[in-house]
Design a protein around this ligand. Structure first.
Ligand code: F0G
Length: 484
């Protein structure tokens, strides 16, 4: 048995309350401090939208954990092995071997990032139903535990509706559960029955479930979803940007998995899907890259259509959106991202931050992977959803501490494309996503200290209204001003 101080699982009992980061930092990017006055001006110039701030005006950048983290020495050196052949490069085969080994998937298409994979499989699966079964795509609905925004966007762009069937307490920040990212299986079945299985072109299992607060999905649930899908002849796509964090939580929480390795758990989980679509910028640790892969030839026609679309949209299917060196780096990143000590430290950072915020009386979604999700609706009850409490909190945190986060609430949710009405939103959250191996405990303490001040100011924080409201994906480019 490891001693308390050696074991990552006993961070709680560690008198230092924190396991030192299990790596040495060898390359640094200097950042500038700014004054509150400068930040106030920057915020006005950015139309009260942190997305529009220049990064040199940001002290701690928690906008996303996507492509913003450190890479390992192994990944960096692998880039030198890149074979830049247009077709059939050695580097493609290295990447495709890693995908076979880790996930058990036989055919790989590299893409420039996650949405690159989505723009291939989404139309191909919808076309299949339209072509093979003569069905009308406007009657189709895809299902998920919760669609990430680009997956939802690609689906809707192909004239197919989306419905989410998250577990009942997924967005209730006062409830703690091991697998809050799970599908509600009863709702999944009744949605399929109601829509008609032939009109469901695919089911997306999102692991971890980003929109529900980086919450894990159990193997048990993934298996049950796959069995239901097979019964109704519906393909399952694993949207797996954070596959390693999900496997780590399964190891910690699901009976029967404590003695299995992250790689064994991953292999088992991926049996329960037909395709995988990955933004490799998260758990695979690369600054840019993505994957689309097929478990076997069951969907050979879809595979062939994806290859053709790839030539049009991404590049030849043996490099997709990536150069040889980037494919070599990703092949190593897939393995390095599964290191258990690393995952313990990473998820430990999120747990530490959430614990520190909760100690201030700030309600958060229970700690999951990749980010702390603060319940802005609870902290700012005087701001109605129509004035975006999560976004107002993001602006105040930036003003106070130079820390940039992102709203996950009504602003992100957007409006119904047909009626123009605000879509209902299950929670008003502020996401603080932690880039991999980039920030230290001192940064986390600084963020917590920033929140102490934000909490004091909370009753005086104003809601926001648009001065410019884009029709789609509005949170990226919207400009706002405080409601007076
Ligand atoms: N699926 C999930 C679950 C994601 O979290 C993301 C990206 C994508 C697909 C799209 O991948 O960005 O590589 O094109 N999430 C980022 C985030 C942007 O900040 O959570 P991409």
């Amino acid at each position: 048995m490891p001693t308390v101080i050696e074991s990552h699982e006993h961070v709680e009992n560690n008198p230092l309350h924190y396991m030192p980061e299990p790596y040495r930092i060898r390359v640094i990017e200097p950042v500038k401090r700014t004054t509150e006055k400068e930040r106030e001006q920057a915020l006005i110039a950015a139309g009260y939208n942190p997305f529009l701030l220049d990064s040199d005006k940001v002290f701690i950048d928690l906008l996303t954990d996507s492509g913003t983290g450190a890479v390992t020495q192994g990944m960096q050196s692998a880039m030198l092995r890149g074979d830049e052949s247009y077709s059939g490069s050695r580097s493609y085969h290295t990447l495709s071997r890693a995908v076979k080994d880790i996930f058990g998937y036989q055919f790989t298409i590299p893409t420039h990032q996650g949405r690159g994979a989505e723009q291939l499989y989404v139309p191909a699966l919808i076309n299949k139903r339209e072509r093979d079964e003569g069905l009308d795509r406007s009657k189709m609905t895809a299902l998920s535990n919760y669609f990430f925004d680009t997956t939802q966007g690609h689906t809707q762009h192909n004239s197919c509706r989306v419905v989410n069937v998250p577990s009942p307490n997924a967005f209730n920040t006062s409830v703690k559960e091991y697998f809050k990212g799970n599908f509600d299986l009863d709702k999944l079945v009744s949605a399929i029955e109601q829509i008609g299985p032939q009109h469901v072109p695919y089911i997306v299992s999102t692991i971890t479930c980003n929109s529900a607060g980086g919450q894990p999905v159990s193997i048990d649930n993934l298996k049950a979803v796959y069995e239901i899908a097979q019964l109704y002849n519906i393909p399952v796509v694993m949207d797996c940007a954070r596959f390693a964090e999900n496997a780590y939580f399964i190891k910690q929480r699901e009976p029967g998995y404590a003695d299995k390795s992250i790689q064994q758990i991953t292999k088992e989980a991926f049996q329960y899907a037909d395709l995988l679509s990955m933004s490799a910028k998260k758990d695979a640790m690369v600054p840019i890259g993505g994957l689309l892969a097929f478990k076997n030839d069951d969907y050979l026609d879809v595979q062939l259509e994806c290859k053709t679309l790839c030539v049009l949209l991404e590049g030849f299917p043996t490099y997709g959106g990536m150069e040889g060196g980037a494919m070599e780096r990703l092949a190593v990143g897939l393995y390095d991202g599964m290191d258990e000590g690393w995952l313990a430290s990473r998820t430990g950072q999120i747990a530490y931050l959430v614990k520190g915020l909760e100690a201030l009386g700030i309600r958060c979604q229970q700690a999951g992977g990749h980010a702390a999700f603060i319940d802005a609706g609870a902290l700012l009850p005087h701001i109605p959803p129509s004035q975006f409490p999560g976004h107002a909190l993001a602006c105040e945190l930036y003003k106070v501490a130079g820390v940039r986060g992102a709203e996950i609430g009504s602003l992100l949710q957007g409006c119904d494309p047909k009626t123009g009405e605000q879509l209902p939103c299950p929670a008003e959250l502020l996401r603080l996503a932690i880039p991999r191996a980039t920030y230290t405990q001192a940064h986390l303490n600084y963020i917590i200290a920033g929140f102490k001040e934000v909490k004091k100011r909370a009753p005086f924080i104003s809601g926001l209204q648009f001065t410019y409201e884009p029709k789609v994906l509005r949170h990226f480019n919207a400009r706002l001003t405080p409601v007076v």
